[in-house]
Design a binder for this molecule. Structure first.
Ligand SMILES: [Zn+2]
Length: 207
């Protein structure tokens, strides 16, 4: 049984999720851009970091990765298609600082069907469209999906940013809505939802 803690971080109000197993080992999904807030929540809940999983490379989701990784080293997963530009000036937008690449290897999650590099195990579903290297993390046993900026409650990710692709996003969403209807969906921004609710009421998802 996994426990999900949500930390709202940064100017764009990204949801950083801490997904912890019963031994208090946590995956940090999208550290966002406020390492102090994330570190405080880890401390408050008594969690150790088992890994950092990025849904995609945008700066609002990963500026705090390097400072957190320095304090709490653990494996990092980010699709290679996004890791190529995520730590360059292309990904710098005020008020965010320039994202700095953490030391060590970055695991290409788009090429891994399952995350087994540390902490809770999850399936990795490549969902390009919002960015070329977007992925979602699916914890099948617990019925949890971390959808990044691909799927939101009542909306979907924008495709007008560099590397965005509307057709690909449509194909990615088609994959997600095949998941069990009771799956709880935790997006990169805004409230949590379920696949069933999005199938019923999300105007961007054709049923
Ligand atoms: Zn994004």
């Amino acid at each position: 049984m996994l426990t999900v803690y949500t930390v709202l971080v940064g100017a764009y109000e990204v949801n950083c999720y801490l997904v912890a197993d019963d031994q208090a080992r946590a995956l940090v999904i999208d550290p966002g851009a406020d390492e102090a807030e994330v570190a405080a929540e880890l401390h408050k809940q008594g969690l150790t970091v088992a890994g950092y999983l990025l849904t995609h490379g945008h700066m609002d989701h990963l500026c705090a990765l390097n400072p957190l990784h320095k304090r709490f080293p653990a494996p990092v997963g980010l699709a290679a298609d996004d890791a190529g530009w995520a730590f360059t000036p292309l990904n710098q937008l005020p008020p965010y600082p320039r994202p700095i690449r953490p030391a060590g290897e970055i695991l290409d999650v788009a090429a891994m069907p399952v995350w087994t590099a540390g902490g809770p195990v999850c399936r990795i579903i490549p969902t390009p469209g919002h960015t070329p290297g977007g992925v979602c993390y699916y914890f099948e046993q617990d019925g949890l999906l971390f959808s990044g900026d691909t799927l939101f409650a009542g909306s979907v990710g924008r495709t007008d940013l560099p590397g965005g692709n509307e057709r690909q996003l449509g194909l990615s969403l088609r994959q997600l809505v095949k998941l069990p209807p009771a799956t709880r969906v935790f997006p990169g921004h805004g409230p949590a939802t379920t696949i069933a609710r999005e199938l019923r009421s999300n105007p961007f998802i054709a049923t």
